[in-house]
Ligand binder design. Structure first.
Ligand SMILES: Cc1cc2nc3c(=O)[nH]c(=O)nc-3n(C[C@H](O)[C@H](O)[C@H](O)COP(=O)(O)OP(=O)(O)OC[C@H]3O[C@@H](n4cnc5c(N)ncnc54)[C@H](O)[C@@H]3O)c2cc1C
Length: 474
């Protein structure tokens, strides 16, 4: 008789439990919160009130883990959007509209959680204990044997999976068993979100494209950006974001003023015709944070996945996908001999590998915002500071890449596929793409008017006159 216990019933927890249900006789999820009956926000996942985009690569992983998940999302009104169809003002200019395969799913986070939870629990093979807060582990430094939770209970387990999210106490619980400290790295650009739901104005089409105004690293000024997306219930969610020194306010006037002061005021223009439905909510402390459980002498019977192991800045919209990739790493490990000695070490290493590129990408960008803080030491070789030498070169190359992607459809397509986590980063490293990037952009950059005119879906939401006025002001 084998038992697996999953700590936390969020995205990572539910996915891990659904994988374990195929290999353990009993699977128990312990969740501090109570689950709502429908797609409603809940206390345990406060970030769910902010914009969440599900990357196509993560969505495909959800379907591999729980077949039918994306179909269920679309049936509930989620929107499938090709990334090349989002109106995007990148750090390097407006993108040309492009028909590429890379996609995202736009819908509320509570809907994603509701559907994933429903899919995971549909067979009735997973026991869920709600309103129970995990407070520690049992066992010793070599083997975790179970968990302690409040109200007063201890559950023994052959495998304990920590999926309690970014505020995981697992490093402390493991230290109590005699393990060394878990190494932790962070890069904190001081990112803050301010988000709000709006009733969409009359005339908004179902194929309304999302809008992204991306934050610009490396300019010496705080990054400021916005996202405006259509949700499943014909609401807009608007997210304003800013890094240290550029925090979006959460009062009425400040919120709109911030949107109007962005590199283009299209979001403010659209909001002027929309009715707010909720208060403005801020989310702070949105740093990248990595806990290297894989560098421990990993005890038997313990694993950490999802945000408990790797928190990525929400600016890159990859956290839910990482939860899915972590569950796939667990599935792969279990396929290779089930619950067995050495499983934890193998899977913890695979979880770390699955997040490696996204970590490098997010932290490589975020450290270029002013006032960014990090505890990652630059590597040294023969007394030389490699980070100090190579960092500006890497930044220069990324900037050139982004500038070319705004202009060159092949470079944009490869970038989108990798951004959507649908293709490995090596796919961007072909000689043809490298040559295109070295040559740089060949066309005159799009004006705002030209970029917006690529989207008849806006209909009358924006008047030509307003766009021209903006264009002149740029
Ligand atoms: C503002 C913001 C915006 C984001 N936008 C995106 C986006 O656009 N796209 C994207 O892919 N990702 C996004 N993310 C990241 C995404 O929210 C996380 O990566 C994802 O929720 C991680 O899932 P998880 O299951 O690991 O953790 P969580 O979803 O946080 O779930 C943790 C669960 O553990 C429970 N729990 C916690 N402690 C205990 C305990 N002691 N005992 C029992 N249960 C416990 C909690 O109640 C919760 O149910 C965003 C994050 C933030 C903060």
């Amino acid at each position: 008789m084998t038992r697996a216990v999953v700590l936390g019933g969020g995205m990572a927890g539910m996915l891990a439990a659904s994988v374990l249900a195929q290999y353990a006789d009993e699977v128990v999820v312990i969740e501090a919160d109570r689950f709502p009956d429908g797609p409603q926000p809940r206390r345990g996942v406060p970030q769910a009130q902010q914009n969440h985009m599900l990357m196509g690569g993560g969505a495909d992983a959800l379907d591999r883990l729980l077949p039918g998940t994306t179909a269920a999302l679309y049936a509930r009104g989620a929107h499938h959007r090709k990334i090349g169809q989002l109106l995007t003002l990148s750090a390097q200019g407006w993108f040309r509209r492009l028909h590429s395969d890379a996609y995202v799913i736009n819908c509320s986070r509570p809907l994603v959680d509701h559907v994933v939870r429903g899919q995971a629990l549909r067979e009735g093979t997973i026991e869920v204990i709600e309103s129970a807060k995990v407070t520690g582990l049992t066992g010793d430094a070599g083997r975790v044997t179970g968990v302690r939770a409040e109200p007063d209970r201890t559950i023994t387990a052959d495998l304990v999976v920590d999926a309690t999210g970014s505020r995981s106490k697992a490093p402390q619980w493991l230290a109590e068993l005699g393990l060394p400290p878990v190494e932790e790295e962070f890069v904190d650009a001081g990112l803050t979100y301010a988000g709000r739901f709006y009733e969409i104005p009359e005339g908004t089409r179902d194929d309304f494209p999302g809008i992204l105004i991306q934050t610009e690293p490396g300019t010496g000024r705080p990054g400021r950006g916005a996202a405006l997306m259509l949700q499943e219930d014909r609401r807009w969610i608007v997210c304003l974001m800013g890094t240290r020194g550029g925090t979006p306010p959460n009062d009425e006037d400040g919120f709109l003023e911030f949107a109007r002061g962005l590199r283009h005021p299209i979001v403010a223009d659209l909001l002027s015709a929309a009715r707010p439905l909720t208060p403005i909510r801020s989310s702070r402390a949105l740093a990248n944070r990595r806990r290297y459980f894989d560098r421990l002498p990993v005890p038997e019977g313990f694993l950490a996945i999802g945000d408990a192991a790797l928190v990525l800045s929400p600016n890159y919209a990859t956290g839910m996908s990482m939860a899915a990739f972590g569950a796939e790493a667990l599935r792969d490990g279990l396929e290779n001999g089930g619950l067995r000695p050495g499983l934890s070490r193998t899977v913890q290493a695979a979880v770390a590998k699955a997040g490696e590129w996204s970590w490098q990408m997010a932290t490589g960008n975020d450290r270029w915002f002013p006032g960014a803080e990090t505890n990652i030491r630059s590597r040294r070789l023969l007394g030389l500071d490699l980070g100090g030498l190579l960092g500006p070169l890497q930044r220069g190359f990324s900037t050139r890449w982004a500038r070319t992607a705004a202009d060159n459809l092949q470079v944009a397509e490869a970038t989108y596929a990798v951004t959507a986590l649908s293709a490995p980063p090596e796919q961007m490293m072909t000689p043809g793409l490298m040559w295109a990037v070295m040559r740089g952009p060949r066309n005159v950059p799009l004006t705002a008017e030209q970029a917006i005119a690529q989207y008849p879906e806006f209909g009358d939401l924006l008047t030509a006159g307003a766009i021209q006025a903006r264009d002149g002001r740029q």
